[in-house]
Design a protein around this ligand. Structure first.
Ligand code: C6P
Length: 411
C-alpha cells in the first residue's frame, strides 16, 4: 500500500488552481509530474557539480562523471539488465526506437524480409520501421487487435514467419491501456530467428519490468513519463547485438582513435553516445529511479489497479460513454481512452479543463490504431501514483457536468 497523501506532498505542481478549480492532473501518459527529490537533484547538480563527463580530470568533471554513470547503474538495476554496458542513454523512447531501426535494422534486414509490429503502436514504433522497410525493400506487417481490445496472439502466430527479422511491440498501449503478452511474443519471434524489440514507454513507469525475464532483445523507454526530466531516455540492448551494431551518431565522446580517413569507437555503452550527453537529465533520471524504487513499482502498479477498479465501472455506467480497450477491470491499466456520444473529444477535454481536470484529446500519436477501430479521436484520462479516488470522482463529476452542459446548455 502506498500513502498517496504523503506522495502528493512531494509534487509541488499539483497544488495549484486551474480555471479556479484545484488541479486534477490526468495526463500522465503524455508526461508525468516531477517530485521534489528530482527537482532538487537537478538544481543541486547545476549548483555544485556541473562539468562535462568522461573528459576532464578536475574534481567537478570526476563528480559529474561518477553521478552520470551511477544513474546508468540505477537504470540497469531497475530493469534487471545484466550489465551497464547494455544501458544506452538516449533522448527518449523515440530516439531509442530510431536507433534500433537504423543501426540493427540496417545490419539485419534485407529485401523481402519482414518486420512485424501491431495496429496499436505509437507513431514512434511505426515510422522508423516504415523508413527501414522503404530503405531495404522489406515488408512491414501488422498484428491484428481483437474486437475486445487485446493484441490477437493467434494472428501474431500467422504474421511472424521465418522471413521475419524484427518484431516490435508496445508493452502497454498508450490508447487501449492493455498490457501485451511480451514473453509469448518473444518466444514466437525467437522461434523464427527474429529479434524482439519492446516499446516500454507506458510500462516501465507503472510496473516492475525485467528485461532478462522478458528475454527482450531491445527495450526502450522515456524518463519524462516516470517522474524524470524531458530529453532523457533509455535503450536497453543485449550486449551481443550492441557489439555488432554501428553507432547511429558520430563525433566527440564516442571515439577511441581518430585518424585522417577512419576512426575507432569506444567500448559499450559509450560508442553510441556521441557528443556531450544530457548529463543533468540522466542524473535526475537516476533520482527518479530512486524515488520510484523506494516506493516500489509493485506498489505503484497496485495503486493504479485500485484506481482503475474504482473509476472504470463508474465510466462504463455513464450513458453514451464508450471506453476503449479491455472492459475487464483486471486487464485495463490506468490509461483510459473514452468518448462521449455526440461530442468531439477536444470539446470534452476543453470542458474538463474548465473544471480543472487535465486530460488529453486527439489521436494520441496512434493514427493507424484509431483508423483500425474506426474512431477519429478520443479523450484520454491517465492515472499515476499521486492520483486519488477523489481525482477519479472529480473526473466523473466533470464528465457528467459536460454531458449536461452540451445537452441542456448552462444552468
Ligand atoms: N506517448 C502520449 O501522450 P517520447 O515522446 O519519445 O518520450 O515517447 C514516445 C512514445 C512511444 N511509445 C509509446 C507507447 C508512447 O506512449 C509514447 C509517448 C505520449 O501517449 C506522447 S504522444
Amino acid at each position: 500500500m502506498i500513502n498517496v497523501e504523503n506522495i502528493r506532498q512531494q509534487f509541488p505542481i499539483l497544488f495549484q488552481e486551474v480555471n479556479d478549480e484545484p488541479l486534477v492532473y490526468l495526463d500522465n501518459a503524455a508526461t508525468t509530474q516531477k517530485p521534489q527529490a528530482v527537482l532538487d537533484k537537478l538544481a543541486y547538480y547545476y549548483e555544485h557539480d556541473n562539468a562535462n563527463v568522461h573528459r576532464g580530470v578536475h574534481t567537478l568533471a570526476e563528480r559529474a562523471t561518477k553521478e552520470y554513470e551511477a544513474a546508468r547503474e540505477k537504470v540497469r538495476r531497475l530493469i534487471g539488465a545484466n550489465e551497464t554496458a547494455e544501458i544506452l542513454f538516449t533522448r527518449g523512447t523515440t530516439t531509442s526506437l530510431n536507433w534500433v531501426a537504423k543501426s540493427y535494422g540496417d545490419l539485419a534486414v534485407g529485401a523481402g524480409d519482414e518486420i512485424v509490429i501491431s495496429y496499436m503502436e505509437h507513431h514512434s514504433n511505426i515510422i522508423p520501421w516504415q523508413q527501414l522497410a522503404q530503405r531495404k525493400g522489406a515488408v512491414l506487417k501488422y498484428i491484428d487487435i481483437t474486437a475486445d481490445g487485446y493484441l490477437d496472439l493467434e494472428n501474431a502466430k500467422k504474421q511472424i514467419t521465418d522471413k521475419t527479422k524484427i518484431v516490435s511491440i508496445a508493452h502497454v498501449s498508450n490508447v487501449l491501456g492493455v498490457i501485451n503478452p511480451i514473453s509469448e511474443l518473444t518466444v514466437l519471434a525467437h522461434q523464427h530467428g527474429a529479434i524482439m524489440v519492446v516499446d516500454g514507454a507506458q510500462a516501465v513507469p507503472h510496473m516492475p519490468v525485467n528485461v532478462q525475464e522478458l528475454d527482450a532483445d531491445f527495450y526502450a523507454f522515456s524518463g519524462h513519463k516516470m517522474c524524470g526530466p524531458t530529453g532523457i531516455g533509455v535503450l536497453y540492448g543485449k550486449r551481443a547485438l550492441l557489439e555488432k551494431m554501428e553507432p547511429v551518431e558520430f563525433g566527440g565522446e564516442m571515439i577511441d582513435f581518430v585518424n585522417l580517413q577512419d576512426s575507432t569507437w569506444k567500448e559499450l555503452p559509450w560508442k553510441f553516445e556521441a557528443g556531450t550527453p544530457n548529463i543533468a537529465g540522466a542524473i535526475a533520471l537516476g533520482a527518479a529511479v530512486d524515488y520510484l524504487t523506494d516506493i516500489g513499482l509493485e506498489n505503484i502498479h497496485q495503486h493504479e489497479a485500485d484506481l482503475v477498479a474504482y473509476v472504470l465501472p463508474k465510466l462504463q455506467a455513464i450513458e453514451g460513454l464508450t471506453v476503449y480497450g479491455p472492459q475487464k477491470i483486471e486487464d485495463h491499466t490506468g490509461v483510459i481512452a473514452f468518448n462521449l456520444e455526440g461530442l468531439h473529444p477536444h470539446d470534452v477535454a476543453t470542458a474538463l479543463d474548465m473544471e480543472g481536470v487535465a486530460v488529453r484529446a486527439g489521436h494520441h500519436c496512434a493514427q493507424p490504431l484509431l483508423k483500425y477501430i474506426d474512431v477519429p479521436a478520443t479523450a484520454r484520462a491517465s492515472f499515476y501514483l499521486y492520483n486519488t479516488k477523489a481525482d477519479a470522482d472529480r473526473l466523473i463529476e466533470a464528465i457528467l457536468a459536460t454531458k449536461e452542459f452540451f445537452q441542456h446548455g448552462p444552468i
